[in-house]
Design a protein around this ligand. Structure first.
Ligand code: MG
Length: 422
């Protein structure tokens, strides 16, 4: 039975539900984008633990070449015979230091954002691209991976928020596949294993609720950056940790789920689930609900995607159901967390709106991390930026990047005003 197409979705679901995955060789060559970030370093952990299954063809990072040097030397120690991976360092100043820090054997690719695409295209052999980049910068390399016809283990949700339709088009043309790394979407993928997509009624994404789940609205105006960064369950990079505190992360994930699984927005719900035990659920047309449970360990969804949806052994803490006791679910409060509502509305509007939403959020989060604005300024800046941009369709990458650049300029002026108001 073919999947029912939702009218609101302009493309086939990206996730290959009910379709065979790519037939890849037993040893996989990986490209790891964002290699010094939280996802990238965990991907390198997985490679080191699976020397007979995984190799690294290329790595890319922005500027933290010292961390990269540590990671590469521990990778080399785990398999002395393997050739050194190609290396992209996008920050020009850091790239200048890279040769000295990484040693004479390193094979450095070009500088600048275009070098991220080069990391995908330059290696002779690539089967899996792990995209652990942060923000809209992840879109162009995702498109390059789609054109190369490889498996994309996608942690960069902004690729789909900003360019869901573009990615779908290139994936279809290039014969690649997108397997989600985001824990919620990986949970849904596990629940859908072997299922007919026509049997899906609804998706339920779970949200930890972040550090302010129980904080009264009046106190949210004065929370500190330290409180924002104190996530109750997941240890992640700073940008996604802020997004989790505003619930923007869940909003972006709703848009991501729409593009991955091809369901209309009214069939994608989010519930707050403190503790992050249930990673998400699928409701089927007969009312049956399937969930995936586990400890909050990003290596589980990451390895599942790299492995092509196989459960390889993984050393880590196991979930103790008796210790867990009860599971709680709550309705998300969009009054206290307006970012969740803004994201859903932008997703439903489609076209330029999710690009503007994402750009404004990236600018606002960067300003918060620099201590220039307050937590409560974030949703205001995003809402103001959204009203600046005329809604419209976006047909290609150049148009998407133009909307993105305009929205960043506009958000920057709103940030300056918020910063001046103190
Ligand atoms: Mg997630």
């Amino acid at each position: 039975m073919p999947a029912p197409r939702d009218k609101s979705s302009s493309h086939e679901p990206l996730y290959p539900c009910g379709r065979p995955l790519l037939d890849l060789p037993p040893v996989l060559d990986l490209v790891i984008l964002g290699a010094t970030g939280s996802i990238g370093r965990q991907a390198l952990d997985i490679v080191r633990a699976n020397p007979n299954r995984l190799r690294v063809a290329a790595v890319a990072c922005h500027s933290r070449v010292d961390i990269l040097a540590e990671e590469l030397s521990s990778l080399a120690a785990s398999r002395p015979d393997a050739p050194a991976p190609l290396v992209t360092v996008t920050d020009p100043a850091a790239r200048e230091r890279a040769a000295a820090v990484l040693g004479p054997d390193v094979r450095l690719l070009g500088a600048g954002p275009a070098a991220l695409e080069e990391a995908v295209t330059a290696p002779d052999s690539v089967q899996v691209v792990v995209n652990g980049l942060v923000g809209a910068a992840g879109l162009a390399p995702t498109l390059a991976a789609a054109r190369r016809g490889v498996r994309i283990a996608l942690a960069n949700k902004e690729s789909l928020v900003v360019g869901g339709e573009l990615v779908a088009r290139e994936v279809a043309a290039g014969g690649s596949e997108v397997l989600p790394v985001d824990s919620e979407h990986a949970a849904i993928a596990q629940c859908l294993s072997g299922r007919d997509p026509g049997e899906i009624a609804r998706l339920v994404l779970t949200a930890s609720g972040g550090p302010f789940r129980e904080t009264p609205a009046a106190e949210l105006a004065t929370v500190s950056l330290e409180q924002v960064l104190n996530h109750p369950t997941w240890k992640m990079g700073p940008k996604i940790t802020v997004d989790s505190a505003t619930l923007m992360n869940k909003g972006l994930e709703i848009i991501e789920a729409h593009h991955l699984f091809g369901l209309s927005y009214e069939r994608i719900d989010a519930v707050v689930h403190p503790g992050s035990i249930v990673h998400s659920l699928v409701e089927f047309v007969d009312g049956a609900l399937l969930a995936q449970l586990g400890t909050p360990d990003m290596r589980v969804p990451l390895q599942y995607a790299i492995a092509g949806e196989r459960h390889w052994p993984l050393a880590g803490r196991r979930l103790d159901l008796l210790e867990t006791g009860t599971l709680r679910f709550e309705r998300p409060d969009t009054e206290r967390f307006p970012c969740l509502r803004l994201a859903r509305e932008a997703g439903e509007a489609g076209g330029a709106a999710p690009i503007v939403l994402n750009a404004a959020n990236e600018v606002a989060v960067a300003a918060l991390l620099e201590g220039r604005i307050r937590y409560a300024d974030i949703p205001r800046i995003i809402a103001e930026t959204l009203t600046d941009e005329e809604p419209g369709r976006v047909h290609d990458l150049a148009a998407a990047l133009a909307v993105d650049a305009r929205a960043r300029r506009s958000a920057t002026t709103h940030v300056a005003r918020a910063a001046a108001a103190g």
